[in-house]
Design a protein around this ligand. Structure first.
Ligand code: IMP
Length: 442
């Protein structure tokens, strides 16, 4: 049975949630395998808008089992808030969510430490979401002070761990912020144990469960969070998140061998955005950037921060598609570019006189990269009603084809609006024999 994955090819917020949602009806299990509640997915479902952060998008579909895998970091308080808000919105998730006992737990000291580290970096701050993501992953790799979901749901073990860790953390926090908040071990134990009581029935060995599901031919859908350029190993380090947010994270974060995945879809916006710090060669910190921000409503789902906006960067997107082994791409938010006049696509970088199509590792080199732009004609027509590739104006078709050529991958999906039906399929979706309005490969 096919296993499919959806990953972002830029710096996150590529509208992966909509693509995952489209694919979900043809899959049985949706798996989050990295990141935590730093992610934000906005999904329009049954006429309602849901903002998901830690939960897999599949949770909205009553036939789907949702899994939070070992590579995710879980803030139990945030998870329960999200589950409660789903329930308030009429979504019954009972019996459809599993959380890996190997996933790590975000604790209050992670948030305090992160705030201190970011403050110390001053103008060089990473611009994190302040959810304790990086500090929790650091603990996992460091091992000494890590707590996993399997520990959280064992009341005595959890209490012992907190009593052991808190005094040590307090020394560090006092040194970093002398007049800062004090940790109270007993309060943390109370608050987290109350969460654990509600989460205990959901915590399980998801690795064994997923391996069995694969053997039983259940259709798995892996839902990436953030984007490949934020990958801790392969992204624009140090301005990245702390997990493998490219396709490279699927295996380590879920326990499912990568060869089980036979369809890898990379999602990219028709332009580029970034939140937080770090180099962004095609950024348009000008009127064009503002027009993109306004038309695309480019404000963070999690933090509400205005996103930095710029032209499509085919160098960075091609790099992401190559490292993740992407088969096809989905181009999202094409409608945002309507009426912008001539459009620019970055096809190479000029770094100190050397022209390259490779993404440099060093942030200074990326900061120095001058985009080599190809100027292409735009279109003025409203395209949100287009349902086939041929419905798009000629220049919009040409634009999509140029992106495909430069990223060196066929386009499978073009999205022209947030609703499900505002989607153009150019080839059948994985898990289906034929897709609706499936017209042709680009
Ligand atoms: P962290 O993941 O909170 O540590 O943040 C590290 C970097 O990743 C910051 O630049 C964040 O803005 C960015 N980031 C984290 N999650 C997302 C996301 O879901 N979309 C876009 N950027 C994100």
């Amino acid at each position: 049975m096919p296993a499919t994955s959806v990953i972002g090819l830029q710096w996150g917020d590529e509208a992966k949630g909509k693509v995952v949602d489209l694919l979900t009806e043809n899959h049985d299990v949706v798996i989050r395998y990295q990141g935590g509640n730093n992610a934000g997915h906005t999904v329009r479902f049954d006429g309602q808008t849901y903002k998901l952060s830690l939960l897999p998008t599949g949770i909205l579909h009553s036939h789907v089992q949702s899994v939070i895998g070992p590579g995710v970091v879980v803030d139990p308080r945030a998870l329960l808030r999200e589950l409660d808000s789903l329930e308030a919105g009429g979504i019954d998730w009972t019996g459809r969510l599993m959380i890996s006992d190997r996933a790590h737990v975000i604790c209050p000291w992670h948030l305090l430490e992160e705030a201190a580290f970011e403050a110390h970096r001053g103008s060089r701050a990473i611009g994190t979401t302040m959810r304790g993501i990086g500090t929790c992953y650091r603990e996992k790799v460091g091992r000494f002070h890590a707590i996993r979901m399997g520990d959280l749901v064992n009341r005595d073990r959890f209490a012992a761990r907190v009593r052991e860790i808190v005094p040590f953390k307090q020394i560090i926090l006092d040194a970093l912020i002398p007049d800062g908040e004090k940790l109270n071990a007993e309060q943390i134990i109370e608050e987290y144990s109350a969460c654990a009581d509600r989460l205990r029935p959901l915590v399980a060995d998801t690795t064994a469960w997923l391996l069995n599901a694969l053997e039983q031919d259940r259709r798995l859908l892996f839902e990436g969070a953030q984007g490949s350029l934020l990958d801790v190993d392969h992204g624009t380090f140090p301005y990245v998140t702390s997990s493998n947010s490219s396709g490279c994270g699927i295996h380590s974060g879920s326990g499912i061998p990568e060869r089980a995945i036979d369809s890898m879809i990379g999602v990219a916006k028709a332009y580029t955005t970034r939140v937080g710090g770090g180099p962004f060669p095609t950024e348009q910190d000008n009127d064009i950037g503002q027009r993109i921000r306004d038309a695309g409503n480019e404000y963070g789902t999690v933090t509400g921060r205005p996103r930095r906006c710029g032209w499509f960067d085919a160098v960075a997107t091609r790099y992401s598609a190559r490292i993740s082994g992407v088969d096809t791409i989905a181009i999202a938010l094409l409608d945002v570019l309507s009426g912008l006049g001539d459009l620019q696509i970055c096809e190479a970088y000029d770094i100190g006189g050397t022209v390259t199509r490779d993404l440099p590792a060093c942030p200074d080199a990326l900061r120095a990269a001058r985009p080599v732009f190809r100027t292409v004609p735009g279109w003025n027509e409203e395209i949100t009603g287009a349902r086939t590739f041929e419905d798009l104006p000629q220049n919009a078709q040409q634009y999509v084809q140029t992106l495909s050529e430069l990223v060196e991958r066929p386009v499978q999906i073009v999205s022209v609006g947030p609703d499900r039906d505002q989607t153009i399929l150019l080839s059948p979706l994985p898990g289906t024999e034929t897709g609706p309005e499936c017209r042709r490969d680009s």
